[in-house]
Design a binder for this molecule. Structure first.
Ligand code: NAD
Length: 260
């Protein structure tokens, strides 16, 4: 009975996707958990278990001691470089190919770059990326965070500190990227919300805006979150399992070499 109910919900969501013109997939750290990248808040494996976020990942921490923040993020980047997008990322990229006649935007809070690596073309990284450095004073300098860049250094153009191009605690989001994410969310017919605890603001507003603008909001998370009350569907499943099944329902006969 449970199985049949789950399948019925799946078919309903697949129908909504078929009828949609605009789709948003909003993702958080839980999506990359299957890649071996720890989330921030999950039990014994959370990234914050052994460190103080204010020391290692805040703008105040960076101003006090850039080396500590640099080293912690460098370790996280090494882990991200070592690991790979997982079947959940690949299924979301496959979904984009299946619904090529619609607009599918990925809005991610993740800084790991895995959506693009998996093949999604339209990705808004609202918290930036761990793969790039930029000038803290935004003079225009930006560069890939290469293997050799192990120490903080001054911006070669203006002398302000160079820093990872991601949003540290205590900083505002890039207004251009966040405005674009807000617009896409407000236009979405179906808004998937996957792998996020719905606690980091202002990104957590996006599903609320989407719903207020008429989207069907579908949450995919093995655990309840504050969004579970508000979402039209709250699916207790892992990301990989859900999106692989959705793709299978939408395109049962399609053979996709990148799924292997
Ligand atoms: P979070 O750590 O607060 O919450 C993760 C959520 O994912 C939890 O609700 C958990 O139940 C769920 N989850 C765990 N495994 C899952 C799975 N297989 N499928 C679906 N859901 C699963 O994450 P958040 O809400 O994204 O907020 C944390 C902030 O941390 C974000 O701003 C993000 O930038 C940053 N972050 C990014 C990464 C990354 O880039 N991979 C990693 C850690 C943290």
């Amino acid at each position: 009975m449970k199985e049949r109910l789950a399948m019925a919900v799946h078919d309903e969501i697949a129908s909504l996707v078929r009828r949609a013109a605009e789709i948003v997939v909003f993702s958080g750290a839980g999506l990359s958990a299957d890649s071996g990248i720890p989330t921030f808040r999950d039990g014994a494996t959370g990234l914050w278990n052994n460190v103080d976020p204010d020391e290692v990942a805040s703008i105040d921490g960076f101003m006090r001691n850039p080396r500590v923040v640099w080293n912690w993020l460098r370790e996280l980047k090494n882990l991200v470089d070592d690991r790979q997008p997982n079947p959940g990322h690949r299924a979301i990229a496959r979904l984009e190919r299946i619904v090529a006649d619609k607009r599918l935007t990925v809005v991610t809070q993740n800084i790991d770059g895995y959506h693009s690596r998996a093949g999604n073309a339209d990705v808004l990284e609202v918290h930036g990326t761990i793969h790039r450095l930029r000038c803290h004073a935004r003079c225009g300098f930006a560069d890939e965070w290469g293997e050799d860049l192990r120490e903080p250094f001054p911006c070669p153009q203006c002398g302000a500190p160079a820093r990872p191009d991601l949003v540290l605690f205590g900083e505002a989001l890039d207004p251009e990227v966040f405005t674009a994410a807000g617009r896409r969310s407000a236009r979405a017919d179906v808004f998937f919300c996957v792998g996020t605890s719905f606690t980091v603001q202002p990104a957590a507003h996006l599903p609320v805006w989407a719903k207020a603008s008429g989207a069907t909001v579908v949450e995919i998370n093995p655990h309840r979150t504050p969004l579970s009350e508000v979402a039209d569907y709250s699916i207790r499943a892992g990301a990989s399992q859900f999106f692989a099944a959705l793709c299978q329902t939408l395109a049962p006969d399609a053979v996709d070499a990148t799924d292997a």
